[in-house]
Unconditional design. Sequence first.
Length: 214
Amino acid sequence: MHQVVNDLTDTEKRIFDAAIVVFGEAGRRGARMQDIADRAGFNKALVHYYFRSKDRLYEAVLEYIFRTTFAMIGEALCDADDFESMLKTFIGRYLDLIEKNPVLFRFMVREITSGAPVLRQAAHRLAEDRSAFPPRLFLEKCRTASERGEIRAVDPVQTLVTVFGACVYHQFAMPLVTILQPGVEAHRAAFIRKRKLELFDLLYYGLKPRSDEA
């Protein structure tokens, strides 16, 4: 996995990277500390020394994923001068993150399909930092853009859900895409580049003010 936050020791990073793969493949219940230790290249006692239990390791890894993801996305939202550049950068970074980290994606999907009990707790903790919580930043950017007339008066929460969903859906739809567009996997990079352009075009111009609203 591509590391974004640098406040972990080398040992912790190796354990986290191994845990993301194992939890992503076996799920929280099916994963074993021994498998994580073996993948990280350590003995199980060392992994227990750092994280005490599988549940504590799982919680730490999930919050780490959330923080690293938010660091990348939050940067894009803070640096953008207008809604157009914010949306374009957000789509690009989010798709790159998913493409470069398929094990991270599998980990999160397993958590969500299990009811997301740990994810909910982590999200509540991170939301307490009001200045650096990307979903809240997105909502604020959306409201500001609407007030300036850059985009229509839309529901910011619905818009956020639509953008997130549109960015991730191709991962679930790929089996269908391979039928509709044979050979796409051999040219996946080109598909993702086009996906970024198509998503931005569809979402941004769908949000632009209509002639009867001007």
